[in-house]
Design a protein around this ligand. Sequence first.
Ligand code: UFG
Length: 340
Amino acid sequence: MRVLVSGGAGYIGSHTVLALVAAGHDVVVVDDFSNSKPTVVGRLESLSGRHIPVHAFDLTDADKTERLFDHEQIDAVIHFAGFKAVGESVAKPLQYYRNNLDSTFALVDAMNRHGVTKFVFSSSATVYGEKAPVPYQEDYEFLSSSSPYGQTKVMVERVLSDVAHITEGWKVALLRYFNPVGAHASGQIGEDPQGIPNNLMPFLAQVAVGKRDKLVVFGDDYPTVDGTCERDYLHVEDLAAGHVAALDHLDAMTEPVRAFNLGTGTGTSVLQMLHAFERAVGRELPFEVGPRRAGDLAAFWADPTRAQSELGWRATRTIDDMCVDTWRWQSANPQGFPDA
Ligand code: UFG
Protein backbone atom coordinates (compact mmCIF):
# COMPACT_ATOMS: atom_id res chain seq x y z
CA MET A 1 0.00 0.00 0.00
CA ARG A 2 0.97 3.63 -0.38
CA VAL A 3 0.50 4.99 3.12
CA LEU A 4 0.17 8.62 4.15
CA VAL A 5 1.87 8.99 7.54
CA SER A 6 0.83 12.21 9.27
CA GLY A 7 3.40 13.24 11.85
CA GLY A 8 5.86 10.91 10.14
CA ALA A 9 8.86 12.95 11.33
CA GLY A 10 7.85 12.58 14.98
CA TYR A 11 8.97 10.01 17.51
CA ILE A 12 6.52 7.18 16.85
CA GLY A 13 5.80 8.24 13.26
CA SER A 14 9.46 8.04 12.22
CA HIS A 15 9.88 4.52 13.62
CA THR A 16 6.66 3.50 11.89
CA VAL A 17 7.89 4.89 8.54
CA LEU A 18 10.88 2.52 8.76
CA ALA A 19 8.68 -0.43 9.74
CA LEU A 20 6.30 0.26 6.84
CA VAL A 21 9.10 0.42 4.28
CA ALA A 22 10.66 -2.75 5.70
CA ALA A 23 7.27 -4.47 5.31
CA GLY A 24 7.12 -3.49 1.62
CA HIS A 25 4.81 -0.48 1.80
CA ASP A 26 5.38 2.92 0.18
CA VAL A 27 5.25 5.97 2.41
CA VAL A 28 4.31 9.63 2.00
CA VAL A 29 4.91 11.86 5.01
CA VAL A 30 3.04 14.99 6.01
CA ASP A 31 4.48 16.91 8.96
CA ASP A 32 4.58 20.60 9.88
CA PHE A 33 7.78 20.12 11.92
CA SER A 34 6.24 21.96 14.86
CA ASN A 35 7.62 19.30 17.20
CA SER A 36 10.20 17.56 15.03
CA LYS A 37 13.21 18.44 12.87
CA PRO A 38 13.51 18.10 9.09
CA THR A 39 16.89 16.36 9.60
CA VAL A 40 14.94 13.27 10.69
CA VAL A 41 14.02 12.72 7.05
CA GLY A 42 17.60 12.28 5.82
CA ARG A 43 18.15 9.65 8.48
CA LEU A 44 14.97 7.84 7.49
CA GLU A 45 16.13 7.85 3.88
CA SER A 46 19.59 6.52 4.70
CA LEU A 47 18.21 3.84 7.06
CA SER A 48 15.50 2.72 4.62
CA GLY A 49 17.51 3.19 1.42
CA ARG A 50 14.49 4.93 -0.07
CA HIS A 51 13.42 8.42 -1.02
CA ILE A 52 10.66 9.52 1.38
CA PRO A 53 8.34 12.19 -0.10
CA VAL A 54 7.61 14.81 2.54
CA HIS A 55 4.91 17.50 2.53
CA ALA A 56 5.61 20.20 5.10
CA PHE A 57 2.36 21.82 6.16
CA ASP A 58 -0.22 21.90 8.93
CA LEU A 59 -3.12 19.49 8.33
CA THR A 60 -5.61 21.90 9.86
CA ASP A 61 -5.24 23.75 6.53
CA ALA A 62 -8.05 21.91 4.74
CA ASP A 63 -7.16 23.32 1.30
CA LYS A 64 -3.58 22.10 1.49
CA THR A 65 -4.75 18.74 2.77
CA GLU A 66 -7.13 18.44 -0.15
CA ARG A 67 -4.35 19.33 -2.61
CA LEU A 68 -2.08 16.69 -1.08
CA PHE A 69 -4.68 14.04 -1.90
CA ASP A 70 -5.07 15.52 -5.39
CA HIS A 71 -1.36 15.09 -6.05
CA GLU A 72 -0.43 11.88 -4.28
CA GLN A 73 -1.98 8.49 -4.76
CA ILE A 74 -2.84 7.28 -1.26
CA ASP A 75 -4.29 3.91 -0.19
CA ALA A 76 -4.36 4.34 3.58
CA VAL A 77 -3.69 6.90 6.31
CA ILE A 78 -1.87 6.48 9.62
CA HIS A 79 -2.62 9.59 11.66
CA PHE A 80 -0.02 10.51 14.29
CA ALA A 81 0.09 14.28 13.88
CA GLY A 82 -1.18 16.10 16.94
CA PHE A 83 -0.31 18.03 20.06
CA LYS A 84 0.52 15.63 22.88
CA ALA A 85 1.71 17.36 26.06
CA VAL A 86 -0.75 16.64 28.86
CA GLY A 87 0.21 19.63 31.05
CA GLU A 88 0.27 22.10 28.16
CA SER A 89 -3.18 20.94 27.09
CA VAL A 90 -4.58 21.94 30.49
CA ALA A 91 -3.16 25.45 29.98
CA LYS A 92 -4.18 25.73 26.30
CA PRO A 93 -7.29 23.61 25.87
CA LEU A 94 -8.65 25.42 22.83
CA GLN A 95 -5.40 25.00 20.90
CA TYR A 96 -5.45 21.29 21.62
CA TYR A 97 -9.08 20.76 20.65
CA ARG A 98 -8.72 22.89 17.53
CA ASN A 99 -5.49 21.33 16.30
CA ASN A 100 -6.21 17.69 17.05
CA LEU A 101 -9.81 17.80 15.84
CA ASP A 102 -9.44 20.09 12.80
CA SER A 103 -6.53 18.07 11.42
CA THR A 104 -8.64 14.93 11.66
CA PHE A 105 -11.63 16.63 10.00
CA ALA A 106 -9.46 17.81 7.11
CA LEU A 107 -8.00 14.35 6.64
CA VAL A 108 -11.37 12.60 6.75
CA ASP A 109 -12.91 15.09 4.30
CA ALA A 110 -10.04 14.66 1.86
CA MET A 111 -10.16 10.89 2.21
CA ASN A 112 -13.89 10.86 1.52
CA ARG A 113 -13.47 13.00 -1.59
CA HIS A 114 -10.73 10.70 -2.88
CA GLY A 115 -12.23 7.34 -1.96
CA VAL A 116 -9.63 6.46 0.68
CA THR A 117 -11.21 4.29 3.38
CA LYS A 118 -8.40 2.82 5.47
CA PHE A 119 -7.43 4.67 8.64
CA VAL A 120 -5.14 3.81 11.55
CA PHE A 121 -5.35 6.24 14.46
CA SER A 122 -2.74 7.00 17.08
CA SER A 123 -4.80 6.85 20.26
CA SER A 124 -3.76 6.43 23.87
CA ALA A 125 -4.45 4.46 27.01
CA THR A 126 -5.46 7.79 28.50
CA VAL A 127 -8.96 7.20 26.98
CA TYR A 128 -9.67 4.67 29.75
CA GLY A 129 -9.96 7.54 32.22
CA GLU A 130 -9.55 7.13 35.96
CA LYS A 131 -12.02 4.39 36.78
CA ALA A 132 -11.45 1.58 34.29
CA PRO A 133 -10.39 -1.71 35.91
CA VAL A 134 -6.74 -2.74 35.37
CA PRO A 135 -5.67 -4.36 33.10
CA TYR A 136 -7.48 -2.14 30.61
CA GLN A 137 -9.65 -3.91 28.05
CA GLU A 138 -10.85 -2.42 24.78
CA ASP A 139 -14.55 -2.94 25.33
CA TYR A 140 -14.62 -0.70 28.41
CA GLU A 141 -17.50 1.66 27.66
CA PHE A 142 -17.00 4.80 29.71
CA LEU A 143 -14.15 6.45 27.84
CA SER A 144 -13.04 9.80 29.23
CA SER A 145 -9.84 11.59 30.08
CA SER A 146 -8.88 14.14 32.70
CA SER A 147 -6.79 16.28 30.32
CA PRO A 148 -7.86 18.15 27.17
CA TYR A 149 -5.12 16.23 25.33
CA GLY A 150 -6.64 12.93 26.39
CA GLN A 151 -10.11 14.19 25.66
CA THR A 152 -9.08 14.93 22.05
CA LYS A 153 -8.19 11.23 21.73
CA VAL A 154 -11.62 10.22 23.08
CA MET A 155 -13.31 12.66 20.70
CA VAL A 156 -11.35 11.66 17.60
CA GLU A 157 -12.03 7.99 18.34
CA ARG A 158 -15.73 8.86 18.41
CA VAL A 159 -15.61 10.94 15.22
CA LEU A 160 -13.84 8.17 13.32
CA SER A 161 -16.23 5.58 14.65
CA ASP A 162 -19.29 7.58 13.59
CA VAL A 163 -17.84 8.25 10.13
CA ALA A 164 -16.82 4.63 9.61
CA HIS A 165 -20.25 3.33 10.58
CA ILE A 166 -22.06 5.37 7.93
CA THR A 167 -19.47 5.44 5.14
CA GLU A 168 -19.33 2.46 2.81
CA GLY A 169 -16.04 0.60 2.95
CA TRP A 170 -14.42 2.46 5.83
CA LYS A 171 -12.12 0.48 8.12
CA VAL A 172 -10.58 2.13 11.17
CA ALA A 173 -8.12 0.73 13.70
CA LEU A 174 -7.87 2.74 16.93
CA LEU A 175 -4.50 1.95 18.48
CA ARG A 176 -4.37 2.71 22.19
CA TYR A 177 -0.74 3.01 23.14
CA PHE A 178 0.51 2.52 26.64
CA ASN A 179 3.94 4.09 27.37
CA PRO A 180 6.17 4.04 24.27
CA VAL A 181 9.91 4.32 25.00
CA GLY A 182 13.19 3.16 23.45
CA ALA A 183 14.72 4.04 20.11
CA HIS A 184 15.64 2.47 16.79
CA ALA A 185 18.36 -0.20 17.11
CA SER A 186 20.63 1.85 14.81
CA GLY A 187 20.83 4.64 17.41
CA GLN A 188 20.07 7.13 14.63
CA ILE A 189 16.49 7.98 15.45
CA GLY A 190 14.78 8.32 18.80
CA GLU A 191 12.74 10.64 20.98
CA ASP A 192 13.89 14.28 20.78
CA PRO A 193 11.68 16.40 23.05
CA GLN A 194 11.95 20.17 22.79
CA GLY A 195 12.69 21.83 26.15
CA ILE A 196 12.32 20.01 29.45
CA PRO A 197 10.98 16.50 28.84
CA ASN A 198 7.56 15.76 30.35
CA ASN A 199 7.97 12.01 30.29
CA LEU A 200 10.08 9.71 32.41
CA MET A 201 12.29 8.02 29.82
CA PRO A 202 13.56 11.08 27.92
CA PHE A 203 14.12 12.82 31.26
CA LEU A 204 16.19 9.88 32.54
CA ALA A 205 18.16 9.86 29.29
CA GLN A 206 18.97 13.56 29.72
CA VAL A 207 20.09 13.01 33.31
CA ALA A 208 22.37 10.21 32.11
CA VAL A 209 23.91 12.39 29.41
CA GLY A 210 24.42 15.29 31.87
CA LYS A 211 21.79 17.70 30.49
CA ARG A 212 19.70 17.49 33.71
CA ASP A 213 20.99 17.32 37.29
CA LYS A 214 18.77 14.60 38.65
CA LEU A 215 15.52 12.75 38.20
CA VAL A 216 12.70 13.85 40.46
CA VAL A 217 10.49 10.84 41.21
CA PHE A 218 6.93 12.14 41.42
CA GLY A 219 5.73 10.49 44.63
CA ASP A 220 6.68 7.26 46.41
CA ASP A 221 3.57 6.75 48.51
CA TYR A 222 1.34 5.04 45.93
CA PRO A 223 -0.11 1.59 46.66
CA THR A 224 2.33 -0.15 44.31
CA VAL A 225 5.29 -2.54 44.48
CA ASP A 226 7.69 0.15 45.78
CA GLY A 227 5.41 3.17 46.21
CA THR A 228 6.15 4.69 42.77
CA CYS A 229 3.71 4.63 39.86
CA GLU A 230 3.60 1.62 37.56
CA ARG A 231 3.19 1.90 33.79
CA ASP A 232 3.18 -0.46 30.82
CA TYR A 233 6.29 0.62 28.89
CA LEU A 234 6.67 -0.77 25.39
CA HIS A 235 9.50 -0.46 22.89
CA VAL A 236 8.78 2.00 20.07
CA GLU A 237 9.93 -0.59 17.49
CA ASP A 238 7.33 -3.04 18.83
CA LEU A 239 4.79 -0.24 18.66
CA ALA A 240 5.78 0.54 15.05
CA ALA A 241 5.32 -3.14 14.16
CA GLY A 242 1.85 -2.92 15.72
CA HIS A 243 0.90 -0.25 13.17
CA VAL A 244 1.98 -2.43 10.27
CA ALA A 245 0.03 -5.35 11.72
CA ALA A 246 -3.07 -3.17 12.15
CA LEU A 247 -2.81 -1.76 8.63
CA ASP A 248 -2.44 -5.22 7.12
CA HIS A 249 -5.43 -6.42 9.16
CA LEU A 250 -7.93 -3.72 8.10
CA ASP A 251 -9.36 -5.66 5.15
CA ALA A 252 -10.01 -8.69 7.35
CA MET A 253 -11.90 -6.68 9.96
CA THR A 254 -15.55 -7.63 10.18
CA GLU A 255 -16.51 -4.38 11.94
CA PRO A 256 -15.85 -0.91 10.50
CA VAL A 257 -14.00 0.16 13.68
CA ARG A 258 -11.91 -1.79 16.13
CA ALA A 259 -9.80 -0.62 19.08
CA PHE A 260 -6.58 -2.40 20.00
CA ASN A 261 -4.42 -1.99 23.08
CA LEU A 262 -0.73 -1.88 22.23
CA GLY A 263 1.15 -2.69 25.41
CA THR A 264 3.05 -5.57 26.99
CA GLY A 265 0.57 -6.42 29.74
CA THR A 266 3.12 -5.76 32.51
CA GLY A 267 3.60 -2.82 34.85
CA THR A 268 7.04 -1.41 35.75
CA SER A 269 7.57 1.15 38.51
CA VAL A 270 9.46 4.43 38.20
CA LEU A 271 12.25 3.11 40.44
CA GLN A 272 12.45 -0.16 38.50
CA MET A 273 12.80 1.88 35.30
CA LEU A 274 15.49 4.06 36.90
CA HIS A 275 17.47 0.96 37.91
CA ALA A 276 17.10 -0.61 34.47
CA PHE A 277 18.43 2.60 32.94
CA GLU A 278 21.35 2.57 35.39
CA ARG A 279 22.20 -0.96 34.17
CA ALA A 280 22.16 0.26 30.57
CA VAL A 281 24.42 3.22 31.35
CA GLY A 282 26.67 1.26 33.74
CA ARG A 283 26.51 3.70 36.65
CA GLU A 284 24.14 5.05 39.26
CA LEU A 285 22.03 8.06 38.34
CA PRO A 286 21.12 10.89 40.74
CA PHE A 287 17.50 11.13 41.85
CA GLU A 288 15.33 12.47 44.62
CA VAL A 289 11.75 11.83 45.62
CA GLY A 290 9.40 14.79 45.17
CA PRO A 291 5.66 15.31 45.55
CA ARG A 292 3.10 13.55 43.43
CA ARG A 293 2.34 15.02 40.00
CA ALA A 294 -1.26 16.16 39.58
CA GLY A 295 -3.35 13.76 37.53
CA ASP A 296 -1.06 10.71 37.77
CA LEU A 297 -2.76 7.35 38.26
CA ALA A 298 -1.04 4.85 40.58
CA ALA A 299 -0.78 1.93 38.17
CA PHE A 300 -2.18 0.71 34.88
CA TRP A 301 -1.27 -1.68 32.12
CA ALA A 302 -2.81 -3.26 29.05
CA ASP A 303 -4.64 -6.44 28.47
CA PRO A 304 -2.99 -7.05 25.06
CA THR A 305 -4.95 -10.24 24.28
CA ARG A 306 -6.98 -8.75 21.42
CA ALA A 307 -3.93 -7.46 19.53
CA GLN A 308 -2.28 -10.85 19.98
CA SER A 309 -5.21 -12.88 18.75
CA GLU A 310 -6.56 -10.60 16.00
CA LEU A 311 -3.47 -8.76 14.74
CA GLY A 312 -0.97 -11.51 15.49
CA TRP A 313 1.10 -8.84 17.23
CA ARG A 314 2.91 -8.99 20.52
CA ALA A 315 5.57 -6.82 22.15
CA THR A 316 8.80 -8.80 22.33
CA ARG A 317 11.39 -6.35 23.64
CA THR A 318 12.25 -6.16 27.36
CA ILE A 319 12.63 -3.20 29.71
CA ASP A 320 16.41 -3.66 29.45
CA ASP A 321 16.19 -3.55 25.63
CA MET A 322 14.20 -0.30 25.91
CA CYS A 323 16.85 1.27 28.14
CA VAL A 324 19.85 0.03 26.13
CA ASP A 325 18.33 1.37 22.90
CA THR A 326 17.36 4.71 24.46
CA TRP A 327 20.88 5.09 25.79
CA ARG A 328 22.46 4.24 22.41
CA TRP A 329 20.37 6.98 20.78
CA GLN A 330 20.84 9.58 23.53
CA SER A 331 24.60 9.06 23.97
CA ALA A 332 25.19 9.25 20.20
CA ASN A 333 22.90 12.31 19.87
CA PRO A 334 23.18 14.25 23.14
CA GLN A 335 21.56 17.32 21.54
CA GLY A 336 18.95 15.30 19.64
CA PHE A 337 18.61 15.78 15.90
CA PRO A 338 20.76 18.52 14.38
CA ASP A 339 19.02 21.69 13.17
CA ALA A 340 20.39 21.28 9.67
N1 UFG B 1 7.74 10.52 36.29
C1 UFG B 1 8.61 10.90 37.28
N2 UFG B 1 9.49 11.90 37.01
C2 UFG B 1 9.54 12.53 35.80
C3 UFG B 1 8.63 12.13 34.79
C4 UFG B 1 7.74 11.12 35.07
O1 UFG B 1 8.59 10.35 38.38
O2 UFG B 1 10.35 13.45 35.64
C5 UFG B 1 6.79 9.43 36.57
C6 UFG B 1 5.34 9.87 36.46
O3 UFG B 1 4.90 10.42 37.67
C7 UFG B 1 4.66 8.55 36.12
C8 UFG B 1 5.71 7.79 35.31
O4 UFG B 1 6.95 8.43 35.59
O5 UFG B 1 4.41 7.85 37.29
C9 UFG B 1 5.47 7.84 33.83
O6 UFG B 1 5.26 9.20 33.45
P1 UFG B 1 5.26 9.65 31.93
O7 UFG B 1 5.03 11.12 31.92
O8 UFG B 1 6.46 9.12 31.24
O9 UFG B 1 4.01 8.87 31.33
P2 UFG B 1 2.46 8.99 31.71
O10 UFG B 1 2.02 7.60 32.02
O11 UFG B 1 2.16 10.03 32.68
O12 UFG B 1 1.88 9.54 30.32
C10 UFG B 1 1.56 8.68 29.32
C11 UFG B 1 1.66 9.34 27.96
C12 UFG B 1 0.58 10.36 27.75
C13 UFG B 1 -0.76 9.82 28.13
C14 UFG B 1 -0.72 9.29 29.51
C15 UFG B 1 -2.05 8.71 29.84
O13 UFG B 1 2.90 9.97 27.81
O14 UFG B 1 0.53 10.66 26.38
O15 UFG B 1 0.26 8.26 29.57
O16 UFG B 1 -2.08 8.01 30.96
F1 UFG B 1 -1.73 10.76 28.09
